[in-house]
Write a protein that binds this ligand. Structure first.
Ligand SMILES: [Zn+2]
Length: 265
């Protein structure tokens, strides 16, 4: 660590400004033979993002998403749980007016079980749903998806434009969120919207509390969750992503998760 790092914080991986300070070490929470096993949480006072350092290697990310089963848990199949999840997404789609008019084209990125597609078909049965995921694990279990594309977003043949793009519990996994958001902006209609949900931080946490409250945070997934974003980061990144904040709500799950809608600038 240089003297500048000590005085002004290290350069933040998310915003590029000097202002990131160490909260403390965090243990690996996911079973697997990862190449990197020691991680620290950093907080940036400039963009207010909390992130994992170092960035997991691409081999470790591949191990997490393409070579393992993620959705066999009862959390995703229990009927009461399924109803609760669908109710949340249906309410959000209605209240945030994310399905304007007939035959809305929806792209669900990192779809997994494609909850937003499922809720969209329930709210508005003529929604055209396209799901994308790097893993084919769920592709055959989502009859509510008109087409399920297994592969990276770059390789997606249907280039839109889409009126709605959703990333639910996806953005926290991304090594380069700006590049992803910029690609999504290109796939959006001029008045289209991007709906994002993601882990925020432990309830009532602030940077002075350090890393300790994160140990009991249900969304501390190491090394899967790379960044815990803030409204400020999305606002500061507008020029880079081409997307502006239309709606932000970080009161979900007692302030442990946020809901965000972005639109084109
Ligand atoms: Zn930052």
């Amino acid at each position: 660590m240089t003297l500048l790092d000590k005085l002004f914080g290290v350069r933040c991986r998310l915003c590029g400004e000097r202002g990131a300070t160490r909260l403390g070490p965090v243990p690996v929470t996911h079973a697997g033979e990862f190449h990197v096993k020691e991680f620290t949480l950093l907080h940036c006072c400039h963009c207010d993002v909390v992130y994992l350092d170092p960035l997991p290697t691409s081999a470790d990310l591949k191990l997490l998403y393409e070579d393992s089963e993620q959705f066999t848990d009862a959390h995703y199949t229990d009927p009461i749980q399924v109803e609760k999840i669908l109710d949340y997404y249906s309410t959000a789609l209605r209240n945030l007016k994310l399905l304007p008019g007939a035959r809305v084209r929806l792209l669900e990125v990192g779809a997994g079980l494609a909850w937003v597609s499922r809720a969209s078909k329930a709210v508005s049965p003529d929604t055209m749903t396209l799901a994308q995921d790097v893993s084919g694990e769920c592709a055959k279990h989502c009859p509510w998806v008109d087409r399920y594309f297994v592969g990276t977003l770059d390789a997606l043949p249907e280039r839109g434009p889409y009126q709605l793009i959703s990333l639910t519990h996806v953005i926290e996994h991304l090594a380069d969120p700006v590049a992803m958001l910029r690609s999504l902006a290109d796939l959006l209609t001029p008045d289209g919207k991007i709906f994002i949900t993601a882990p925020f931080r432990p309830a009532e946490w602030n940077p002075a509390h350090g890393a300790a409250p994160w140990m009991n945070y249900s969304y501390l997934h190491v090394p899967a969750h790379i960044s815990y974003f803030s409204r400020r980061w999305f606002e500061q990144s507008e020029r880079l992503t081409g997307l502006k904040v239309i709606h932000w709500d970080s009161t979900h799950e007692d302030g442990q998760a946020f809901e965000l809608v972005l639109g084109k600038i």
